[in-house]
Design a protein around this ligand. Structure first.
Ligand code: HEC
Length: 102
């Protein structure tokens, strides 16, 4: 059993590195955004109470990528600011938001 643990650590390390990779916007969205925006972007019960709009609504679709990036980075209304995200992560999230809005 003791011999197994370094391998388990290695596996855990690889899994966690993959989860935090910039390209994995879906995982980022699930961990940071879905609690309010819902896994499909239409808004969770809690999110709707706070005033989220569905990503499929014209209100979101008419906004530019720059507008959406600004809202994600600096927050908007009751949405918290996500200043710790890298520009690449924000770009990925905007693409993911557009994807959900289709
Ligand atoms: C605590 C709940 C909450 C979380 C967590 C949250 N949001 Fe929001 N979000 C909101 C609310 C509320 C609004 C509506 C703000 C408004 O229009 O007043 C919003 C609006 C938005 C908008 C549209 C902005 C606009 O101009 O209407 C985008 C895009 C967005 N969120 C993306 C994200 C992303 C990406 C994440 C994860 C990094 C995230 N949100 C996490 C609550 C949240």
């Amino acid at each position: 059993m003791k011999r197994m643990s370094p391998w388990l650590l290695l596996v855990a390390f690889i899994v966690s590195v993959n989860c935090f990779a910039d390209s994995d916007s879906a995982a980022l969205f699930k961990s940071k955004c879905a609690m309010c925006h819902g896994p499909d972007g239409t808004g969770s019960t809690m999110g709707q109470k706070l005033g989220v709009k569905s990503y499929k609504s014209p209100d979101i679709k008419k906004q530019s990528d720059a507008d959406l990036k600004n809202s994600i980075t600096n927050g908007k209304g009751k949405m918290p600011a996500y200043k710790s995200l890298t520009p690449e992560q924000v770009d990925g999230l905007v693409k993911y938001v557009r994807e959900l809005g289709k």
